[in-house]
Write a protein that binds this ligand. Structure first.
Ligand SMILES: Cc1cc2nc3c(=O)[nH]c(=O)nc-3n(C[C@H](O)[C@H](O)[C@H](O)COP(=O)(O)OP(=O)(O)OC[C@H]3O[C@@H](n4cnc5c(N)ncnc54)[C@H](O)[C@@H]3O)c2cc1C
Length: 372
């Protein structure tokens, strides 16, 4: 099979890697070099977790992705998924975390209720019902992982083409005038998808901020897990690779054009600092080391998008990562390949077309809080 993949983020580069290692002929096109900071996959780190509330499909997909990230690590010879664990701060007994706990248990994925004060260098959790630790969760070195995916795809014979592309019937027209065709063309263009396929893709593109703080050596200890407060819409990591302690408010930021320059001045610092002061008191005055911004490309229900174009079954679309897509890249690729081959259909929640807002798969910062 001859496949053109446009977009070398986690979805497109994973697809190129899986297809090329299976012996298919692959051309991977991107306007930037893989891992470019203007793309959603181009951040240094992204959380890896299997918890998805009661969404068993995403839970299983994340687990599978974990195994595939390990395969990539073996091929690339570098550690890309750092399993430091991830602590979920549950504000109630019957919320996202309790549902996750049940789903994880049903799939045999380790998780336990813990005393968080023993995990973090400083911690205050009087407002919490419990803390759920997912010990096999952790942090993906995202930018390096995307570069490794593209490099391994190339090592397996894929051709990497640097160009801006647009659809041209069932083919791909590059900005230098060349036309690329294949048995299948897959568009994995992140925040740019809605502009390329306005009739079938609807995404909100928002500007999101990440703060990196100097927490001192205690926060660089590999035993300190990442954390997520679903209802509080805040998450972060310990200090990995001397980047600093990462913390982010997960409410959706202002709309931004996919081609607009990303702003650098912090706008969420006060909110993030207020959260940190309450949850991790020792971080209250930690110096701000850096602010990074990035785009979310959000579907109305935060489910991913994947499927054939309604007007041409040789053209496929994948994206809508909605702020939680990175970790799933290689597993989504595997599922897409099975769907393209006509072996296993994709679930209805990935279908292109109309979506209704629903409970967020990321944190309560998106969608409608707690709507079933
Ligand atoms: C701040 C932030 C924090 C996040 N945290 C997490 C997290 O903790 N865990 C997690 O799993 N996920 C997280 N995500 C979400 C995750 O990063 C995204 O869902 C995922 O990276 C999307 O991947 P993608 O391949 O769809 O898009 P992208 O990575 O944006 O890749 C799309 C690619 O297509 C290329 N492209 C677009 N248009 C064209 C064109 N016309 N011609 C040629 N090339 C084109 C782009 O250059 C780009 O390389 C986060 C995202 C952000 C922004």
């Amino acid at each position: 099979m001859d496949v053109v993949v446009v977009g070398a983020g986690t979805f497109g580069a994973s697809l190129a890697w899986r297809l090329a290692r299976a012996g298919e002929s692959v051309t991977l096109v991107d306007q930037f070099a893989p891992g470019d900071a203007r793309t959603s996959s181009g951040g240094e780190t992204r959380l890896y977790r299997c918890s998805h509330g009661d969404a068993a499909d995403y839970t299983a997909m994340a687990r599978r992705a974990g195994a595939l990230w390990r395969e990539l690590e073996d091929e690339a010879g570098e550690e890309l998924l750092v399993r430091r664990g991830l602590a979920w701060f549950a504000r109630r007994e019957d919320g996202w975390e309790a549902a996750s706990e049940r789903t994880l248990a049903a799939q045999g994925i380790p998780a336990e209720r813990v005393d968080a004060a023993a995990l973090f260098p400083s911690f205050a959790g009087e407002d919490l019902a419990f803390v759920l630790l997912e010990p096999e969760a952790g942090v993906l070195r995202a930018q390096r992982a995307v570069r490794a995916l593209a490099a391994r795809a190339q090592a397996h014979g894929a051709r990497l083409v640097r160009a801006r592309a647009r659809p041209d019937g069932g083919a791909v027209r590059l900005d230098d005038g060349r036309r690329l065709g294949g048995d299948v063309v897959v568009w994995a263009c992140g925040a740019w998808l809605a502009g390329l396929f306005p009739q079938v893709v609807s995404l909100s593109v928002t500007c999101q901020e990440l703060l990196f703080l100097d927490g001192g050596p205690a926060w660089a200890d590999p035993a300190v897990p990442a954390w997520c407060d679903y209802d509080g819409a805040c998450y972060g990591t310990s200090d990995l690779d001397a980047l600093g302690v990462k913390a982010a408010a997960d409410a959706e930021g202002p709309a931004i054009d996919p081609d607009a320059e990303l702003p650098r001045a912090p706008t969420t610092e006060a909110a993030v600092r207020a959260y940190l002061a309450a949850r991790f008191p020792a971080l209250a005055g930690a110096p701000l080391r850096e602010v990074r911004t990035c785009r979310y490309e959000i579907t109305p229900d935060t489910h991913f998008l994947a499927g054939p174009h309604p007007a041409d079954e040789r053209v496929w679309i994948v994206g809508g990562g909605s702020g939680h897509g990175f970790k799933h890249g290689p597993a989504m690729a595997e599922r897409l390949i099975a769907a393209i081959a006509g072996e296993t259909p994709l679930p209805a929640h990935f279908a292109l077309g109309e979506r209704r807002p629903s409970r967020s798969m990321r944190t309560a910062g998106s969608g409608t809080r707690d709507r079933p």
